[in-house]
Design a binder for this molecule. Structure first.
Ligand code: FRU
Length: 478
């Protein structure tokens, strides 16, 4: 189905109830609906937005186009959780109903103030001749009503193009800061810093100065936080070529570790490292958790791809939340401990764990092959294998497949195998949901995430090596 511009920019309230009912029925019939991941009720989910802990609960919003599996008029959809595992859908968070966000309430973040939640986001406006105008917007949520302010930054600052978006806010030393994704007029990506004494009047402090002056054509969804004595910047550069086994997804999502001088925004940092070694990961956002831990959630999907659920009227989900730490000069990512409450019956490796399970495996030293989600006839499976140097995640036989939907990319982009260098695999912790796998390697040293679309009843498991293993069925939260 080809979506016209008019269809993509239709507001939800203009759609007849019967049409929405048909869409919901189409989605409900999809065999690939997830059990314990955040997914859109209908249509397309992309970036996590506004992740925070406020008044005793986690709030997590996401970019949402309700009407189908394409990028169109974006809303923020709101979900709430007490424990980061059971999420309650809370309806529309931001509707694109003002002049400033008329063509989409794009990505942004939140900050808990005394008696309200402050939302900052990018309003995507287009003129009748389709010229884009980005507005940086604030809105206030008192738990019941949303009040939108006039823009605090209108259009691109001098020296930048229309691609200025995705404000991530934080407070520090009695001041507020925003890191903002941008494209310079020479079409290189950058991040800008804004500063405010009161989270109302914002001034542009300048660019974040990194060593990456020519690193892709646009940086989307930047994030900044201090962790374990280091400064961490997350960014999603678009336009990086593949490099051997690395950077094979269409766009990258990674981090820089170092020391940031906040008087002049000079960042002394190490190499750009990808956050996830799998297929489907982009635009992550972090927040401080209830106990001061740094928690990350990503979009388990990417732009400019087609996915097998497209024909079912929906696309994508969010990743499981991960707790971050800096260890040995690298970021570690571990699944949030609360996920253990999903565990149901423990079945042996030979038992049938169903589609939704957690596998914890300590393989003996040396090579192995592990096939997950094996179909009844044995023909479909997703293979994790280790050859002593490389850990491979091969979904080429897993069933129906996502595909790149953008011409002109280098030959290293795409494909259905991802490999990361690993000297030894001491532990694998795999979370399987109906249509995804997230593999945590060596207690969070690396993570590989991927959507898979196997035939129904693909619940088999094949393991060639020795070692110890535990396998739990996972429940679907109520
Ligand atoms: C990243 C992104 C953001 C933008 C949003 C629009 O996936 O392109 O830069 O704000 O998605 O949905």
């Amino acid at each position: 189905q080809v979506w016209s511009r008019e269809q993509r920019y239709t507001a939800l309230e203009q759609v007849p109830a019967a049409t929405l009912g048909e869409l919901r029925a189409l989605v409900a019939a999809s065999p690939w609906r997830q059990g314990y991941h955040i997914q859109p009720p209908t249509g397309l989910l992309n970036d996590p937005n506004g992740f925070c802990f406020w008044r005793g609960q986690y709030h997590l919003f996401y970019q949402w186009f309700p009407l189908g599996p394409v990028h169109g008029l974006k809303y923020w959809r709101h979900t709430v959780s007490a424990d980061l595992v059971t999420w309650q859908d809370a309806g529309i968070g931001i509707a694109p109903d003002s002049m400033y966000d008329s063509h989409g309430a794009y990505s942004g973040s939140t900050w808990p103030l005394e008696d309200e939640l402050l939302l900052v986001y990018t309003g995507n406006h287009r003129s009748p001749d389709w010229q884009r105008m980005p507005y940086q917007l604030a809105a206030h949520w008192d738990g019941q009503r949303l009040r939108k302010d006039a823009p605090f930054l209108s259009g691109p600052p001098a020296g930048y193009t229309e691609h200025v978006r995705d404000p991530k806010i934080w407070e520090e030393g009695g001041e507020f800061f925003i890191i903002l994704g941008a494209q310079r007029e020479d079409e290189t990506g950058a991040a800008l810093i804004l500063r405010s004494p009161d989270a109302q009047r914002w001034t542009l402090d300048g660019e974040l100065h990194t060593r990456l002056n020519d690193f892709g054509y646009m940086w989307e969804c930047p994030d900044y936080f201090a962790l374990d004595g280091m400064d961490v910047v997350l960014l999603c550069p678009q336009g990086l070529p593949s490099e051997g086994e690395a950077r094979r997804n269409i766009y990258q999502s990674g981090y820089l570790l170092g020391q940031l001088d906040k008087t002049n925004w000079h960042f002394e940092h190490g190499e750009f490292a990808e956050l996830d070694g799998g297929f489907d990961f982009y635009a992550p956002q972090t927040t401080l958790g209830e106990h001061g831990e740094r928690i990350l959630v990503g979009w388990m999907g990417l732009p400019d791809m087609t996915y097998p659920t497209d024909t079912h009227g929906w696309a994508h989900c969010l990743t499981l939340p991960r707790v971050l730490s800096v260890e040995g000069g690298r970021l570690r990512q571990r699944p949030v401990p609360a996920l253990e409450c999903l565990r149901g019956a423990e079945v042996g490796l030979g038992g049938d764990a169903g589609e939704r399970f957690e596998l914890r495996l300590q393989p003996d030293a040396g090579p192995f092959v592990l096939d997950l989600r094996v179909s009844e006839d044995g023909a479909h499976f997703t293979r994790l294998s280790f050859d002593g140097e490389w850990l491979s995640f091969d979904r080429s036989q897993s069933g129906e497949l996502p595909e790149l939907d953008k011409p002109g990319l280098d030959a290293g982009k795409g494909g259905q195998v991802r490999r990361i260098p690993v000297s030894a695999v001491r532990e694998l912790r795999a979370f399987s949901d109906t249509s995804s796998l997230e593999i945590f390697v060596n207690d969070g040293e690396a993570v590989l995430s991927g959507r898979i679309f196997p035939p129904p009843h693909s619940t088999g498991l094949r393991w060639s090596g020795g070692g110890t293993a535990q396998l739990w069925r996972l429940n679907t939260p109520a």
